[in-house]
Design a binder for this molecule. Structure first.
Ligand SMILES: [Fe+2]
Ligand SMILES: [Fe+2]
Length: 485
């Protein structure tokens, strides 16, 4: 009790001699006291009872699961990476970049201004000044001391120097990244092109779809089970809410209609992911970490489709695309009711019922986000708190990791990270900061996490938002954030 009195008095309150409180409630009680508009002069048992009543309002505990309505569901795996154990050589990289160039240049050729785009070798043969349209991959961007941006453009026929000149093109220089495929409209003169316009492949405006019935999808990621900063209480609150055991009547009504749960990587903290990680682990065995994760899902309603993809903390190679979680290591996860395993990235179609086409959901854990936030001037100014802008940026580039160095890549004949088809929802994790957005009617979802701020994040000055879960009502196509902390 001494410690309790000390903690309360430290916040500037006097404590009544009759005060008896449960130590488990202390943190929440302090938050409650500080949030009160009319703060008590003396904290007494009455104050504590008021706090307990306010808590009850928030979480009504019910004894039995209420009956869940029957809602039809469907999950289709649209784009999944199947693991191949092939040895990689230089030809794989060549094929990989050819594929990226071809896929994105085909998207760009659909743009009116680029229909007549020509190859770099042809542009080089032009004598005198001439207006040109071309498509290429960016190499070696640099700024001159006068502030002019110059980059090298490459296509399968050669290289060409581009000097950014026109106002419209200059506006986009802060968004340019190495290795992305873009369109350029400009004037060829001597052996350079002066760019008036830079064109990103981008996505077309997406028609808004709405499901016939009220049904919800929830998005979580980054539970980091096994870390000593995993927020067990908050995570079990979320699971209890899903089971319909806690929440206001309105919140429990929503829980009854959740039929899709996306888990977007970093289920566990892993082992040896970064130097000295062992000091920050509460579970030192990878099998036990997955076992612990799965325990939370005991008795989860069987009608919820749980779609799981891996992240960089999960037990498999880091290079992307990442295949599904290994069955032997993550066996307890495979045993959760209705689990569907997918790769990172993946495209999943949900709720394709009768004549309704369903929603295409692009899932990507988000490993390239770190690199983008530190290297792209346009994104750097917002830091980790604008997942919506990072996702918008990637939709414009039609690629999940446009620069070679932005994530570790496993090169294949196909560049799996190209966003080849537009989607309805794009959801990512990794940066532990919840943010919703919309870009051309695509709903962008940055999930949160269930891990307390780590010393590493503290060093970066990053403030994560643990315990928050984005929920999408598929009937209205509106998203909201539920807080479990
Ligand atoms: Fe994470
Ligand atoms: Fe991550």
């Amino acid at each position: 009790m001494e410690n309790i009195i000390k903690r309360i008095t430290e916040k500037g309150f006097l404590v009544s001699s009759n005060l008896k409180i449960n130590e488990k409630d202390l943190d929440d009680f302090l938050k409650y006291l500080l949030s009160l508009e009319n703060k008590p002069f003396i904290v007494s048992n009455d104050t504590y009872n008021d706090f307990l009543k306010s808590k009850q309002k928030e979480y009504v505990i019910i004894k039995k699961h209420e009956k869940r309505p029957e809602i039809p569901t469907k999950v289709k795996l649209r784009k999944i990476y199947n693991h191949t154990n092939k040895k990689i050589d230089i030809n794989d990289w060549v094929a990989y970049y050819y594929d990226r160039f071809n896929k994105i240049s085909n998207i760009l050729k659909n743009r009116d201004e680029l229909r007549s785009a020509t190859t770099i070798s042809r542009v080089k043969k032009i004598n005198g000044r001439q207006q040109v349209a071309l498509i290429g991959m960016i190499k070696d961007i640099r700024k001159t001391f006068t502030g002019t941006t110059i980059f090298e453009l490459e296509d399968p026929t050669g290289f060409l120097k581009v000097i950014v000149k026109g106002d419209e093109a200059v506006k986009k220089v802060d968004e340019l990244v190495l290795d992305e495929v873009i369109g350029v409209i400009g004037t060829k003169s001597k052996d350079v092109v002066y760019a008036d316009k830079i064109i990103f492949p981008d996505i077309p405006e997406r028609p808004i779809k709405k499901a016939k019935e009220e049904v919800y999808a929830a998005f979580i990621s980054d539970t980091h089970v096994g870390s000593n900063m995993f927020l067990a209480k908050e995570f079990s609150h979320f699971i209890k809410w899903l089971k319909g055991e806690i929440g206001t009547p309105q919140q429990r009504e929503i829980a009854k209609k959740v039929r899709y749960l996306f888990v977007i990587g970093d289920l566990v903290d892993g082992i040896g992911v970064y130097p000295n990680q062992e000091k920050e682990l509460s579970i030192h065995d990878i099998y036990r970490q997955y076992e612990e994760f799965s325990k939370y899902f005991v008795d989860i309603p069987e009608d919820i489709n749980i779609i799981v993809i891996p992240g960089n903390h999960d037990a498999l190679r880091l290079a992307e695309p990442q295949h599904v979680l290994f069955q032997d290591i993550a066996e307890p996860v495979y045993k959760i009711n209705n689990v569907i395993m997918a790769s990172n990235p993946a495209v999943i179609n949900i709720h394709n019922i009768d004549d309704f086409p369903g929603f295409d959901v692009l899932l990507y854990h988000g490993m390239s986000f770190d690199n983008l936030v530190s290297n792209v001037p346009f994104l750097r100014k917002y830091g980790y708190e604008r997942a919506d802008l990072i996702m918008e940026f990637l939709l414009k580039k039609r690629h999940l990791a446009p620069s070679h160095g932005s994530t570790l890549i496993n090169p294949m004949a196909q560049d799996f990270l190209v966003i080849d088809k537009p989607v309805d929802i794009f959801a990512s994790g990794h940066i532990h900061y919840t943010k919703l957005g919309r870009y051309k009617n695509v709903l962008t979802i940055g999930t949160g996490c269930f891990q307390e701020k780590t010393p590493f994040q503290e060093k970066l000055g990053h403030n994560p938002t643990p315990g928050r879960v984005p929920i999408v009502n598929l009937k209205s196509f509106q998203a909201r954030i539920m807080k479990f902390r």
